[in-house]
Ligand binder design. Structure first.
Ligand SMILES: [Zn+2]
Length: 56
């Protein structure tokens, strides 16, 4: 399964710095290059919580 459709990813923002997010994976994830953190995508749902963030 692909991580996200492009328009969904384009609408997302980092919960910490509000920057744009990039695809990061596999496994499916989105990454904030500004913060150096990635957020998991599970079952097509992006978990944009600071507590879910993992270092890139
Ligand atoms: Zn960020």
């Amino acid at each position: 399964m692909t991580a996200l459709t492009p328009w969904v990813r384009a609408a997302l923002r980092c919960p910490v710095c509000r920057g744009e997010l990039d695809d990061a994976g596999p496994p499916p994830a989105v990454a904030c290059p500004t913060c150096g953190v990635k957020y998991p995508v599970r079952d097509g749902i992006v978990h944009l919580l600071a507590s879910e963030g993992k270092p890139l």
